[in-house]
Design a protein around this ligand. Structure first.
Ligand SMILES: Cc1ncc(COP(=O)(O)O)c(C=O)c1O
Length: 447
């Protein structure tokens, strides 16, 4: 054990792997063993490892200007370039960009912007936020309260009420549909539940609803067709803003620029991080539409300051790297590439539905998951997480990194740069891990 408190780790466990280096879509441990990074780190290393153009850009930026803060309107060319690039590409009118360092802090920033906006729009009571079960929006106090996963709440006494967090159901048809309910009926029910929640709380107390296009950490949940159209119609009826958490789905993950494009969302606010810089350096963006940005200028000038900003907001290194990464995505048409390879990945993943352990295969673009179940006919889940954890460990033995999520779901989110041969490698190694897991289940070793 080192002197480390590890993030999102069982504190009684010891180190599991020391990653020594990366190259393209592969990482290598200290013993030199190679692994295909089927999770792009934590859903983020979209360009893979060791991209010389990015390294060169980072080096040049550090030489030129290693730090400049952005308080009191001070700025620098790399930040201006990044903000303009983002504003030009997001599906939000006259977008304005606030820069930070992580997905969590981008969502925290948006919580504060919502509160400013409530005052500015003459509805100071309009601060509640609807979030969904199984949503993941980060782990800072505010973003963890928006997250809808129990392990991120337990023992933290999060201020749900003070933050006005309201919870609505997940768009998970496989797990949440009623007996005999069609996908269309399930979507309609979710929309009715949302509307009932809004009416019960008072529509004019609710500012926004936060949603990932495809839920990532909650299990790679792809909403049924028509889900966001139905949600948007309800929100529009009550003037509630759609807040799109693109931290995983943004920048090509679903085979389109943003998840919103693929799923017909019409957001007014957006959080981006992870693939924004392909995780070469930490950088995030909290983005709002021009009318929101304009409105908050009112209360901010009354106070003389918009009292929110991080030392590293607009850090030159993050800005230069992110701008370069976006250039590479666009020049190399990586979002289109992700659509093509993603379709191939999805077809291959679907073949696992024939496996005795696999109850659901879900995915879109370069994002996928399998749910391992004790009984496919009844969807009976395995107790605890041991089966999924065993399967992920078996994949790792085979040289493939996947991620076990709650509910014994195995997630995949490979770098966007992978080719068909890498998909074949993923499928082969994951298939062997599933077979090995089945053997263990059969012996009762994982009960
Ligand atoms: C959808 C989503 N939002 C927010 C976050 C939080 O990002 P970070 O871990 O950079 O704080 C994550 C992280 O996985 C995420 O998946």
């Amino acid at each position: 054990m080192t002197a480390m408190i590890y993030p999102t780790t069982n504190p009684s466990a010891t180190e599991t792997m020391i990653v020594a280096r990366g190259e393209g879509p592969y990482i290598f441990d200290q013993a030199g063993k190679r692994y295909l990074e089927g999770m792009a780190g934590l859903w983020c290393t979209s360009l893979g490892y060791g991209n010389e153009e990015v390294i060169e850009t980072a080096t040049r930026q550090m030489r030129e200007l290693s730090f400049s803060h952005m308080f009191s309107g001070k700025t620098h060319p790399a930040a201006i370039e990044l903000a303009d690039k983002l504003a030009a590409m997001v599906p939000i009118d006259n977008a304005q960009v606030f820069l930070g360092n992580s997905g969590s802090d981008a969502n925290d920033t948006l919580v504060k912007l919502i509160r400013y906006y409530a005052v500015a729009s003459g509805q100071p009571q309009r601060t509640k936020i609807i979030a969904r079960e199984k949503g993941y929006h980060g782990v800072t106090v505010a973003s963890a309260a928006l997250t809808g996963l129990v392990p991120n709440h337990m023992h933290f006494q999060l201020p749900f009420d003070a933050l006005g967090v309201l919870r609505t159901g997940a768009p998970h048809y496989y797990r949440c549909a009623n007996e005999g309910e069609s996908q269309a009926e399930f979507v309609a029910r979710r929309a009715v539940e949302l509307e009932n929640l809004i009416l019960a709380e008072g529509p004019d107390t609710i500012a926004a609803m936060i949603a990932e296009p495809v839920n990532g950490a909650g299990g790679v949940i792809v909403p049924p067709e028509g889900y966001f159209e139905a949600v948007q119609a309800v929100l529009d009826r009550y003037g509630i803003l759609l807040w799109d958490d693109e931290v995983i789905c943004g920048f090509g993950r679903l085979g389109t620029d943003f998840g919103a494009t693929r799923l017909n969302m019409r957001p007014k606010m957006m959080a981006c991080a992870k693939a924004l810089s392909s995780a070469y350096v930490p950088v995030s963006a909290a983005i709002v539409s021009g009318d929101i940005a304009e409105a908050i200028a009112g209360p901010a000038s009354e106070l003389g300051v918009f009292g929110h900003g991080y030392t590293y907001s607009g850090h030159p290194l993050g800005c230069a790297v992110a701008a370069k990464v976006i250039d590479i995505y666009q020049r190399d048409r990586l979002f289109e590439h992700a659509a093509v390879i993603g379709a191939y990945l999805q077809t291959k993943l679907e073949s696992f539905l024939d496996h005795p352990l696999v109850g659901e295969v879900s995915g879109m673009g370069m994002l996928g998951a399998l749910e391992l179940v004790a009984d496919k006919a009844t969807k009976r889940p395995f107790e605890g997480m041991r089966v999924g954890q065993y399967c992920a460990a078996a994949a790792e033995q085979n040289g493939l990194i996947v991620r076990p999520l709650g509910g014994n779901r195995i997630a995949l989110c490979p770098p966007l740069i992978i080719l068909e041969e890498h998909v074949d490698e993923i499928i082969d190694k994951l298939g062997r891990a599933l077979d090995s897991t089945l053997d263990q289940v059969a012996t009762g070793a994982l009960a």
